[in-house]
Ligand binder design. Sequence first.
Ligand SMILES: Nc1nc2c(ncn2[C@@H]2O[C@H](COP(=O)(O)OP(=O)(O)OP(=O)(O)O)[C@@H](O)[C@H]2O)c(=O)[nH]1
Length: 273
Amino acid sequence: MNSNSQHASPRPAPIEDVQGRTDPRRLAINKVGICDIRHPVSIAQRVGGHQSTVATFAMYVNLPHEFKGTHMSRFVEILNAHEQQITPDSFQLMLEEMAERLEANNGHIEMYFPYFVDKYAPVTGEKGVMDYEVGFIGDRVDGVSTLYVEVQVPVTTLCPCSKDISDYGAHNQRSLVTIRVRADAFFWAEELIDIAESEGSCELYGVLKRIDEKAVTERAYENPKFVEDVVRDIATRLNDDDRFRSYRVTSENFESIHNHSAYAMIEHDKDAE
Ligand SMILES: Nc1nc2c(ncn2[C@@H]2O[C@H](COP(=O)(O)OP(=O)(O)OP(=O)(O)O)[C@@H](O)[C@H]2O)c(=O)[nH]1
């Protein structure tokens, strides 16, 4: 007779499912879940291969009024169950699984991660690296999932007014352009980064030698842009590409002559036209 059967430990008392209790307040919750959870991910690159990085996730579902709490461990279980290679398809699957596992009608997942792209200085071709913040955002409402991709791209802007009214020079600054799109066909996040960088006064680089610095200084001066110009020129590019069905473009110029920023935003949904 084996030793186990002689000293069988007492079965633990069942633990109450507190989250499963009913709640009397008749208040439904729009979003409940987990946020600020970091997880390793692997992202396909336009240049080929995959890039390993770390994403910060937020995962929410709605909670009907009758339930006391959601089952938070299930969010983490879903995240852990997925291979680290996150694609739009696997992201959509995570969204569907979350609604199913949490028995919710609506769900929202967002993941933001630093994404690194090799960049070559404009004259010397010196190789540098630029980091961008990229986001995958998913909404699921009554069984329909909508996915968005967002890029946050720093650029240089040089003020057209300052240039035109001054005998020499023009105030210029770093700006942060944010583009969020919904698309109905495949695209690379790098394409959105390219659009943002080409519609500032000049793009940024990781490494610049003096001859490169001369080139970017003169390029910005020759290409002045208000904050309004940046969002209008990017919106024009997105309007011309049928893959992008809706977008929101913002630019925040960290003005070098004020202790405040200039800001502009354009949003448009082609399918609501
Ligand atoms: N709903 C809710 N859960 C919380 C809160 N604070 C902690 N928790 C979580 O409650 C979790 C455990 O609840 P469940 O996820 O339902 O765990 P479980 O019941 O053993 O798992 P299931 O059988 O899948 O429901 C822990 O992982 C805690 O993180 C809170 O404020 N609200």
